[in-house]
Design a protein around this ligand. Structure first.
Ligand code: DQA
Length: 147
């Protein structure tokens, strides 16, 4: 089953949005680099982005049967969404939370993520490399599970 790579609000603007914080690589670059890393492990990725909380929740629920792991950058919903947290808690696959920026070095309101308590691993501040690292970790975890 593919890995689900989920991106929350405003990440469609990646590459042009606050490049001093998020860099100049785009969501298409994220798609390419996660695809490449997954392929090294014989896996595929399903990369999606939405600005809508409910749509992200529907996709998380879909992963209950359709995906072998979830990498999620919940973006601003990290700091607000109990509903996304609860959806992730209902899925029995490994979960990695990724933030491009180091949220702990930024404004106080970004220091807490509702998602972190239900994530197996959290990566923050590694830039878009964090996606590749997260996929790598999920691939190892998934292969260990099915071995
Ligand atoms: C982010 C950090 C969040 O605080 C912010 O709202 C984002 C992106 C990151 O990847 O660094 O939109 O999740």
């Amino acid at each position: 089953l593919p890995l689900l790579v989920l991106n929350g609000p405003n990440l469609n603007l990646l590459g042009t949005r606050e490049p001093e914080t998020y860099g100049t690589q785009t969501l298409d670059d994220v798609r390419a680099l996660t695809q490449e890393r997954a392929a090294e492990h014989g896996l595929t990725v399903d990369v999606r982005q939405s600005n809508h909380e409910g749509e992200l929740i529907d996709w998380i629920q879909e992963a209950r049967t359709a995906h072998s792991g979830i990498l999620i950058n919940p973006a601003a919903y990290s700091h607000t969404s109990v509903a996304i947290r609860d959806a992730l808690a209902a899925v029995d696959v490994p979960i990695v939370e990724v933030h491009i920026s180091n949220i702990h070095r930024r404004e106080e309101f970004r220091h807490h993520s509702y998602v972190s308590a239900v994530a197996d691993a959290v990566i923050a501040g590694a830039g878009v490399d964090g996606y590749a690292l997260g996929v790598e970790w999920l691939a190892r975890r998934v292969q260990r599970r099915s071995a």
